[in-house]
Design a protein around this ligand. Structure first.
Ligand SMILES: [Cu+2]
Length: 185
């Protein structure tokens, strides 16, 4: 009687452990597949913009370095270490239209709802800083609007195509957004 009970209990335990292993094993191997795909795509879409900001220092002698080369999506931080206020602005003075085609009177207005302009639109006191993220490739001259003889240049290089896509550069964005749409659906 006792040995039958023990045998029955042992059988139940073995079956339970076996069932646990059979059920847990395929679940573990199946689950990571979509997770891996998701994290790979998330990484490829977030890796590009995460570039360290570049700092340009403004002193009474001007901008240093006067010319900076960055990638699309990278941010420049201007630090005012001069004795005067600084107003960083896109060339040409005084309209500041070169970067996005809008003038200072338009894009500095409180009612302006467009993309952030390459224009500080205010005087930054000594010790303050201002930053701008460049979303457009090109060579962008700028100046201190309060002392427009002080100039600098930001050279923005086009973002490299995402690695591993194996498609033409023009198709990269389309295929990336397509896969995002597929995931959302
Ligand atoms: Cu100006």
């Amino acid at each position: 009687m006792d040995s039958r009970w023990l045998g029955g209990i042992a059988l139940v335990i073995i079956l339970a452990l076996g069932g646990w292993y059979i059920f847990s094993h395929p679940t573990r191997s199946a689950a990571p597949a979509p997770e891996t795909a998701t994290s790979t795509e998330a990484m490829s879409s977030t890796t590009a913009p995460v570039l360290a900001p570049v700092t340009v220092t403004y002193t009474d002698q001007g901008f240093s370095p006067a010319s900076v080369t960055i990638a699309e999506g990278q941010t420049v931080i201007w630090v005012n270490k001069s004795s005067q206020p600084l107003w960083v602005a896109s060339n040409p003075h005084p309209t500041h239209t070169a970067y996005d085609g809008t003038s200072r009177t338009t894009h500095c207005a409180a009612s302006y709802t467009g993309l952030a302009p390459f224009d500080e639109c205010a005087e930054g006191a000594p010790g303050s800083s201002w930053n701008f993220t460049f979303g457009k490739a090109g060579t962008w001259g700028y100046h201190d609007h309060l002392d427009h003889a002080m100039t600098g240049t930001i050279i923005v290089t086009a973002a490299a195509p995402a690695p591993g896509t194996g498609e033409k550069g023009g198709d990269t964005g389309a295929s990336a957004s397509t896969s995002v749409n597929v995931q959302v659906q």
